[in-house]
Write a protein that binds this ligand. Sequence first.
Ligand SMILES: *Cc1c(COP(=O)(O)O)cnc(C)c1O
Length: 225
Amino acid sequence: MTIKEGLNSVLKTIPKGVKLVAVSKYNPLESLLEAYNAGHRIFGENRVQELEAKQKEAPKDIEWHLIGRLQRNKVKYIVPYVDTIHSIDSEKLLKEVNKRAGNVEREHPIKVLFQVHVAQEETKTGFTPEELMEFIESKPWDRYPNVEYHGLMMMASNTDDMEQVGGEFEQVAQLMKQIQSRANEISLPNTFHELSMGMSHDYELAIQHGATIVRVGSKIFHPEG
Ligand SMILES: *Cc1c(COP(=O)(O)O)cnc(C)c1O
């Protein structure tokens, strides 16, 4: 299968209203451009250095998503052009993004998602559901007004146990409901409704649990068959 065929086979399975982020990490710019030339415009990278290198060379109408862990000292490089940062995992990071976003001219505000840690793996980062609830009750939007708050992101445990994975998707979907049920009390921004969850092997399950953004890499760039 070519990349174009891989992309189309994934797109076929994604309902309208769910956004596909094509995760181009580890793939050369030429591969990204194959998907671009097939009509796709939304790409995700997990490392700033690789994102920077590709962004400089690639067409300017790409919507870039940073999906991996972000160090505070690298924030300044990406704020001029990044569309969405999926991996806000601490108040310190949000503070830095807010500060840098206040210093640049942009057409649209940077969108951010809070990364939630529910997986059974120490290596993954993010707020626990309890930490996030507490943080959100403190109304961070009042303190950090230069970004747009779009919702939650998570990575499920790296396992073939789909019951486990489905349970984790559901946990984050329920957390979103809990947050939205407090919308009035906490002045929740009305943009706060996105759920970024699901990768190549589990995105269809994620959509069943309410994902509105899926991040798919290998199934597009290394399709089988
Ligand atoms: C690599 C990656 C993906 C995509 O993974 P695939 O299995 O290649 O689809 C999604 N989200 C994050 C955060 C990633 O790092």
